[in-house]
Design a binder for this molecule. Structure first.
Ligand SMILES: [Zn+2]
Length: 364
């Protein structure tokens, strides 16, 4: 088998090319939905779609990369590897894989988690419809969290204000407030947007085109930035021990990770891609994510704020802007072969578990 590190890419054009080659090696002709903006070198951007399996499959497992932009190189590597190496016999009866390659291509190309409107796509998919959830504490610290200048007295005052807030509200309170997210401050961290983003519309279109016949839909969304270097976890976003959570635990075992216990990963009413249930009300839809550890993102929360500052107030193409982007990119995509190999091995293992544990057993 090819060295797994070769499934992964360093640029968007390279990732797109590897995706096309991998699709065609499977006899799959990928579709591309063009994004309105370009990458930093002026190349076009798009989301790729590859559907492998029977056209009228009852079961479809949807692998999604780049919900959080720059995290997409890891997910795209797993998608490419699956297309190259999974054997047809590993798919249960009447089952297809749907690859959604780079759902937030702008973010990946620009080394950013958010999209061209500073919107966190996972949050946008979950929270794009009114009524928008309020986060009054965010308004209290917005100026300090997201200062318009990253140096000098303005920044110094912002840091002092955050230290004071943390002292009176407890350790982790600033990260907690920031990560609960908000709809009010378009230039602030963890912005949910005001209505559906390009990526949400694109996902709607993919569901309408490719998931019309599916009775069971599993969404498998690939993320990076949480946990120990190279270590993967399957993640449940269920609000407690629901029936879906029980199914996920039965499939992935006691290692299943549940959000809500850490300020960096707050609780939500469910997984973003569960919204597909509203588009396909007759289908059984179950969703989970995988998180891969890189570096300690909680400790690097200031770098997330700095990247947010860069894209809202700075110049991402300036030499200092490019240096911040490189550092930020490394936080979500450590480009070492050992890391890529571990991402691939765990990503494939999770897919096989999902195929065997979340779908009906193959009939013999
Ligand atoms: Zn993510």
């Amino acid at each position: 088998m090819a060295n797994p590190a070769t499934f992964f890419s360093a640029t968007m054009p390279e990732a797109d090319e590897k995706f096309v080659v991998a699709c065609r090696a499977r006899g799959v002709e990928p579709e591309f939905i063009v994004h309105p903006q370009k990458d930093p070198q002026g190349h076009p951007l798009h989301t790729g779609i590859g559907y492998w399996g029977p056209k009228d499959a009852s079961n479809v497992v949807v692998l999604i990369s780049a919900t959080h932009g720059i995290e997409g190189y890891a997910g795209a590597g797993v998608q490419t590897g699956v297309l190259h190496t999974l054997s047809e016999s590993e798919l249960p009866e009447s089952t297809a894989l749907l690859m959604v390659h780079m759902i937030n291509p702008w973010g990946c190309a620009w080394d950013h988690r958010e999209n061209e409107e500073n919107i966190d796509i996972w949050r946008n998919i979950l929270y794009c419809d009114p009524p928008f959830r309020a986060n009054p504490e965010y308004a209290v610290i917005n100026d300090a969290l997201n200062p318009p200048l990253w140096e000098g007295p303005v920044r110094d005052a912002a840091e002092k204000r955050l230290r004071e807030y943390e002292a009176s509200h407890g350790a982790g309170s600033v990260v907690g407030v920031a990560r609960r997210g908000q709809h009010e401050f378009p230039k602030g961290v963890t912005y949910h947007g005001h209505g559906p983003s390009w990526s949400k519309h694109t996902m709607d279109r993919i569901v309408a085109t490719y998931l019309g016949a599916a009775q069971r839909i599993v969404t498998y969304d690939l993320h990076t930035g949480y946990g120990e270097y190279g270590t993967g976890v399957a993640v449940s976003f269920e609000p407690g021990r629901t029936e879906v959570d029980t199914r996920l635990e039965r499939c992935f075992g006691p290692e299943l990770f549940r959000v809500g216990g850490d300020p960096i990963l707050p609780s939500h009413p469910g997984c973003a891609y569960d919204y597909i249930r509203r588009l396909r009300p007759g289908a059984d839809v179950i969703s989970f994510a995988v998180e891969y550890g890189t570096t300690d993102v909680t400790a690097n929360f200031d770098l997330m704020r700095q990247a947010n500052w860069l894209f809202n107030y700075g110049d991402p193409n300036s030499p200092s802007g490019q240096a911040i982007r490189r550092e930020y990119r490394a936080m979500f995509y450590p480009e070492h072969d050992d890391w890529k190999e571990r991402v691939w091995v765990f990503g494939r293992d999770v897919l096989l578990k999902a195929l065997n544990g979340l779908l009906p057993r193959k009939q013999s």
